[in-house]
Design a protein around this ligand. Structure first.
Ligand code: 13P
Length: 258
């Protein structure tokens, strides 16, 4: 269907002790061992990054942080940096999640600086964008989402941005059990890709993986991943159990094979 390799990422948010993280990572790594049609990434809490890295070693599963600062080091109490993420083996980092924008004052300008810093360190940014219910009902979905994408990539060219992953996560669908209809998700994904093409060139835009996030479950994953511009999923709640996450990984493998 496409040359873009599907990516299924689990965002564990603020869940799981070190022992729980290890057990979940071991179960997922055992399932995907040797399979490489679909990229699989786990984003545990920061205190479990090293343990999860050990648990997935030797498998194709990648490690992601949930946030970073843009500076490498300095007087920034409570922060992590791209350099430190590399130090513990992170290949990915979620940036601009709506929970950070809503509850921790994350701005488009900060998101952009973090993306630039991650790219310098060759860490793949997973840029999250998405509209609130109010914005959707006011017909502003594309204004909001395309504006977030544009602000996050401003001043960076297609060469620098090559590895970028975008995740479209409508805020009203996160943790609510409400999912965007597959065709509605496709419309937004297509618009994001079109806008990236206008901003930075079509060949890069065609290579960018755009994930969907918001109540992805085993029973809706195939339909969402069957859309031409839905290249994977960023999964919250359903990534917290291997029984739920593994069937979503398998839906990613089916997309790769379709
Ligand atoms: P849920 O899958 O729990 O809706 O969370 C989605 C999300 O926010 C992933 O980053």
């Amino acid at each position: 269907m496409t040359s873009r390799k599907p990516l299924i990422a689990g965002n564990w948010k603020l869940h799981n002790t070190v022992d729980e993280s290890r057990a979940l990572a071991v179960a997922i790594a055992a399932h995907v061992r040797g399979k490489s049609a679909c990229d699989v990434v786990l984003a545990p809490v920061a205190t479990s990054l090293t343990t999860v890295k050990r648990a997935i070693d030797g498998s194709v599963v990648g490690l992601s942080a949930q946030n970073t600062h843009w500076e490498d080091s300095g007087a920034w109490t409570g922060e992590l940096s791209p350099a430190l993420l590399v130090d513990v083996g992170c290949g990915y980092c979620i940036i601009g999640h709506s929970e950070r924008r809503q509850f921790f004052g994350e701005t488009d300008a900060g998101v952009r600086k973090k993306i630039a810093a991650l790219l310098v360190h060759k860490v793949v940014p997973i840029l999250c964008v998405g509209e609130s219910l109010e914005q959707r009902e006011a017909g502003k979905t594309l204004d909001v989402v395309l504006g977030q994408v544009e602000a996050a990539t401003e001043g960076l060219d297609a060469v620098a941005l090559a590895p970028l992953v975008v995740a479209y996560e409508p805020i009203w669908a996160i943790g609510t059990g409400l999912t965007a209809k597959a065709e509605d998700a496709q419309d937004v994904h297509r618009a994001i890709r079109g806008h990236l093409a206008e901003l930075k060139g079509k060949s890069w835009a065609d290579s960018v993986r755009i994930l969907y996030g918001g109540s992805v479950k085993p029973d809706n994953a195939d339909e969402l991943l069957g859309q031409p511009d839905v290249d994977g999923a960023l999964v919250g709640g359903a990534s917290l159990s291997a029984d739920n996450f593994i069937p979503i990984i398998d839906a990613g493998v089916r997309r790769a094979e379709s």
